[in-house]
Unconditional design. Structure first.
Length: 115
């Protein structure tokens, strides 16, 4: 069960970064399955296709998302940058507790990251 949660969280994260590289059908199936927690049967019924067709499409789409990440590293780089921001924030608070500008600069950098 925990493994499924980890996989779902990863697919949702990769989907956030690479959804626009998928076809509309792939995006719809992935979003319904991973984000909205639809079953294969529910998706199949909604689109009038077999559960196997939905399963195959989701499996292929998941592999595509993993391939995009392997090549582009957008998600892993994002995670690393967030970790660095946290370390920088902690260091700043400990080393320069009275400095009011450093946290503002970090906030501005993080805002750029999110755009």
């Amino acid at each position: 069960m925990e493994r499924e949660i980890i996989k779902t969280n990863r697919m949702n994260a990769l989907f956030e970064f690479y959804a626009t590289l998928l076809t509309e059908k792939q995006m719809n199936y992935m979003e319904l399955y991973y984000a909205d927690d639809y079953s294969l049967g529910e998706i199949a019924e909604e689109y009038g296709i077999s559960r196997q067709a939905v399963y195959d499409n989701i499996k292929r789409s998941g592999k595509l998302l993993e391939d995009y990440e392997r090549k582009l590293h957008l998600y892993s780089d994002y995670v690393i940058r967030n970790d660095l921001f946290s370390e920088l924030r902690d260091y700043t608070q400990k080393t320069y507790p009275k400095d009011e500008m450093l946290p503002l600069f970090i906030d501005r950098l993080e805002e750029l990251e999110e755009e």
